[in-house]
Design a protein around this ligand. Structure first.
Ligand code: NDP
Length: 255
């Protein structure tokens, strides 16, 4: 897909969907800055897997819901790689599945901060770096949750809606700088978060028990999300901005 010579930062890139995105972008030629918050071992494994694909990779510990931490990380990445071409706002946490009436205000703030503020902080810091390059791409990893805004998920729903609003506002501001801003919205994906979700909402201990009832006969894999991100960032995706790509096998039934 021709991402050679481009540098990508993936928030929460150490494991789960973030790792799938890191490997897809590296496979297509990009060097990768892998951000993580706590799981250093997973981030180092992802970086090693990127290097095995022949690309450069470095790891960066930073809580992306913290402005100062984002600022320091971005300065370090610019120094290490000499710039940035692709930002993927992927880091995320689930909410506790409670109604608005039962949601703790601290939980609401933590979830919204993790999705919306982190995406704002990193996008704000990335834009000047992307403007200095021939082409820039910003991808927000939202969720199929924004198709339905189901009950008992308000913190998460609001967080993802905020990311999408940020993407659509920003897309209009930076099109003239040759920067594309898009949203990728997965359905259920086999990751730690996906497994917890499957246990809590579908009553299965093994997420793969959902294969037969899933679109196309399998639960979506991190690489499927990575492939969508790689396409949007590629030359083939050059005319796509301000858009939302649902990668959820169509999303039905129930939608
Ligand atoms: P995981 O729980 O498996 O991984 C979460 C990742 O986010 C980890 O890499 C974690 O870092 C990182 N992270 C969380 N908070 C922070 C923070 N404050 N600063 C830096 N990194 C942070 O989740 P997934 O891989 O499944 O989810 C990735 C994204 O995809 C999320 O935005 C999620 O909402 C979205 N999504 C997931 C779906 C699913 O079914 N799995 C469905 C739809 C959307 P660390 O390892 O250091 O803790």
């Amino acid at each position: 897909m021709g991402l050679e010579g481009r540098v990508a930062l993936i928030s929460g890139g150490g494991r789960g969907i973030g790792r799938g995105i890191a490997l897809a972008l590296a496979r297509d030629g990009a060097d990768v800055a892998v951000n993580y918050r706590r799981d250093e071992e997973a981030a180092k494994e992802t970086a090693e897997a990127v290097r095995e694909l022949g690309r450069r990779a470095e790891t960066y510990a930073a809580d992306v819901s913290d402005w100062d931490a984002c600022r320091q990380m971005m300065e370090q990445i610019a120094a290490d790689f000499g710039g940035l071409d692709i930002l993927v706002n992927n880091a995320g946490i689930a909410s506790r599945g409670q109604s608005v009436a039962d949601t703790d205000p601290n939980e609401f703030e933590r979830v919204v901060r993790t999705h919306v503020f982190s995406a704002f902080y990193l996008s704000k810091l990335a834009v000047p770096l992307l403007r200095a390059r021939p082409r820039g791409d910003i991808i927000m990893i939202s969720s199929g949750a924004t198709r339905t805004f189901a009950g008992n998920g308000a913190p998460y729903n609001v967080g993802k809606a905020g990311m999408e609003a940020l993407a659509k506002s920003l897309a209009k501001e930076v099109r003239g700088d040759n920067i594309r801003v898009n949203v990728v919205a997965p359905g259920l994906v086999e990751t730690e978060m996906g497994k917890r979700l499957a246990r809590a909402t579908r009553g299965v201990q093994n997420i793969r028990d959902l294969d037969s009832s899933s679109p196309f006969g399998f639960v979506c894999q991190p690489e499927d999300i990575g492939n969508a991100v790689a396409f949007l960032c590629s030359e083939q995706g050059r005319y796509i901005t301000n858009d939302v790509l649902y990668v959820d096998g169509g999303g039905f039934p129930g939608r």
